[in-house]
Design a protein around this ligand. Sequence first.
Ligand code: GLC
Length: 559
Amino acid sequence: MTDALLVETRTADTAAWWRQAAVYQIYPRSFADANGDGLGDIPGILSRVDYLEKLGIDAVWLSPFYPSALADGGYDVADYRDVDPRLGTLEDFDAMVAALHARGIRVVVDIVPNHTSDLHEWFQEALAAGRGSAARERFIFREGKGENGELPPTDWVSVFGGSAWERVEDGQWYFHNFAVEQPDLNWDNPEVREDFLTTLRFWSDRGVDGFRIDVAHMLTKDLSEPLPSRAELDAIPQDGNHPLIDRDDVHEIYAEWRRVFDEYDPPRTAVAEAWVSTPERRAKYASAEGLGQAFNFDLLVADFDAEEFRTIIADNLAQSDTTGSSTTWVLSNHDVTRHATRYGLPALNGRHVKQGTEWVAAGGPDEGIDREQGLRRAHAATLLLLGLPGSTYLYQGEELGLQEVAEITPEERQDPTFFRGGEFDGLGRDGCRVPLPWTASGPSFGFGAVEAHLPQPAWFAAFAADVEAADPSSTLSLYREALRLRRVLQADESLQWIETGRADVLRFARPNGWQVVTNFGTEPFDLGKDAVDVVLGAVDGGAVPGESTVWIAPAGLIG
Ligand code: GLC
C-alpha cells in the first residue's frame, strides 16, 4: 500500500472512525512547550504534528487546556470555551486542529462536567450573591450542622481526601467530590444543562471530532434530606439509585448530548470515563443513545497474567456485542502509574504494590522495581492490545517506554491527591505527568523551557524521542511499526481464540487471518511452521521468547 493510499483511508469521513482507532492522549502541559514558560502549550502540539503523524495514531485526545488555576492539573476548568492564555489562543487551537486534520488525525477534547474551578465566573457569582440566590443554585450549597452551622452537612469524604464540604465566608457549605477548588455543579439546574450543550456545540463547530467525558458517572445526585452518614452512604449499593455515584438518571443527560452529537456529520463521538461497579453498568454509558463508548479500565488493575487478560478480553468483547459499541483498551493514562513501571513491580493491585501484607501506593524508588522486565512486559501487553478488536488509548510517553518518575520532592509535587491523601494515596499522579524528553541533550530535554514545570530526571536522556527515532530496536520504533502494520492488517471486530496447550500463552486470530501470540511466561513458545509468517516482534529459533508478543500474518495480507 502506498503512503498516499494510507492517508486517504485515514481521512475518509466515515462515521465509524472511532470504532477501532488508536487514540493518543496528550497531557498538554507536559507535551511540548513552544513559548518556553515551562508549561506545554497548543503551539507546542502544533510543532510536533510530524511526530504524531509518524507515530501512526488515528486521533489525539487532549486533556484540559482551558483556563485553569491548575489546582488539579487543568481538571479545574475556569472557562469551558477558551484556551488558557499560557497555553495559547483559540486561533492556535484552530491552527492545531487544521494541521492534525490535514494529516488525517482526529481530535478529541476533554469535557469536565461534574465540577468547575472555584475561579469559574459562576462560582465567583455564587459566592458574591449569597445564600438562597439563583447563582448558588448552580452548585450544591447547604447549611452546616452544629449550633452555628460550624460543622459540615455530612461527614462525607472527597475522592481526593478530607471533607467533601467547604465552608464559605457567609457560613454556608458547598460540596466538592474532588479538590476544594472543584465545586460540584448542580445537574438539576436547567441552566447548567443548557450551558454544557453550548460548550459541546462550541467545540464541535470548531471541528473537534469527539469528547472524553470526565467522571461521567458522578454528575447527577440525590441530595434530598435527610442525608445519609458516610457509613450509610458506603453501604448503599451502586445499582442506579446511589445518592452520588452512577445514578440511572445521568443517562437522561447523555441522551440529550447524543442529540447534539448527531447534529453533526459525521456525528461527534464521546467516550465516558466511568469507574462503575460492573461491566453491565458500564454498558449504559457506551450505548448508541448515550455517549457511545466507555473506557474499560480492567487492565489498569490487572496483573501481567494470561488468564486475567483472557477473561478481561472475553468479557469486554461479549459486552460490546450487547451495546453495539466497540471495546476500548487502556494500559496507561495521566491518573495511574505508567505500565512499564507497574509491570516491573513485584506484586500489583491497581495503583498499589504489596509490601509484606500491606498494599501501598506504587511508584516509589525503593520497591524493588525490575525496570527491564517492566518494559519487556509493557511491550508484550501493548502489542497484544493493538492486535485486539476495538480502540486503544495510548498515553503520551508510553511510546518511548517511559517509566514512572518517583524522584520528585514533596515541594515540587503538584497533584492535590498527594497533599490530601485520598483515594490516590501515596505519591500521587505527578510521576506520569513529567514533561516529555524530546532530545537527549539541551535544556528540559527539548521540551522547550529552561526548566520544565515538573523536574525531569537525568535518566530521561536515554528515552528521548530523537535517540529512539534513530534506533530501530527502540520502543518508539516498535510503536511506529506496530501502528503502521495495524492499519494494514485491521480486520472486522472479532477474534477467535486458538488453544496453545499452555496456560501462560494466549493466541488469537482475527477474521482475516492476522494472529497475535503473547507469551506471558518465561519458557519459549514454539511456533512451528508459523514462525516464517511473523511480521512483528522477534522469534528466537522459531519460538516466541518469554514475556513477549508476535504478530503473524499469512503471506499476501500485507500486500
Ligand atoms: C478524572 C481525571 C482526573 C481528575 C478527576 C477530577 O478522574 O482523569 O485526572 O483529577 O477526574 O476531575
